[in-house]
Every structure is written in C-alpha cells, then in structure tokens.
Write a protein that binds this ligand. Structure first.
Ligand SMILES: [Zn+2]
Length: 80
C-alpha cells in the first residue's frame, strides 16, 4: 500500500472526531501530514497509524457488509 502525497486514507479526525477520508499532503520519513476532508483540519500521524487504521476500517466494513448480507438471507427465508 503506497502513501503518496495526494492519495486519500481513512482516519479518525482528532478535531471533528469522525471517520473521514484524509488527504495526504506531505510525508517526511514515517511522519505524514494529513488533512481531514470533513472539517479541513490538518494533523501529523505516523504512517504505521495510518496503515493500521486503514486495515482495521476495511475489516470492520467487511464485517458490516457480511452481516447485512446474512440479514437479507434470513428475511428471504421467512418470506411467505
Ligand atoms: Zn475533521
């Protein structure tokens, strides 16, 4: 997974507290300057934090989608 300036990563904004896409503005070593697309606030995070958050967020999203699919199946079974 590349962390190029200009790319977007999901992250929890420290200022507005939402899980929002953050635009990567600059990178110096393992530190990344990101900009919240929700409130426009900038912050500095380690690239490990950014990548770990992305992995967790994708896993959570996958579980939610699987749960929705399961619920759909169940409602189909009970349909008259
Ligand atoms: Zn924000």
């Amino acid at each position: 997974m590349d962390l190029e300036p200009g790319s977007t990563r999901m992250f929890r904004c420290a200022l507005c507290g939402t899980d929002a896409p953050h635009r990567l503005r600059a990178r110096r070593g393992t530190r990344c300057a990101i900009l919240c697309t929700n409130c426009g606030s900038g912050s500095i995070v380690g690239e490990d934090d950014l990548l770990l958050y992305q992995v967790r967020w994708e896993e959570e999203l996958r579980q939610i989608l699987e749960q929705l699919a399961e619920n759909d199946d169940k409602s189909d079974d009970h349909r008259p």
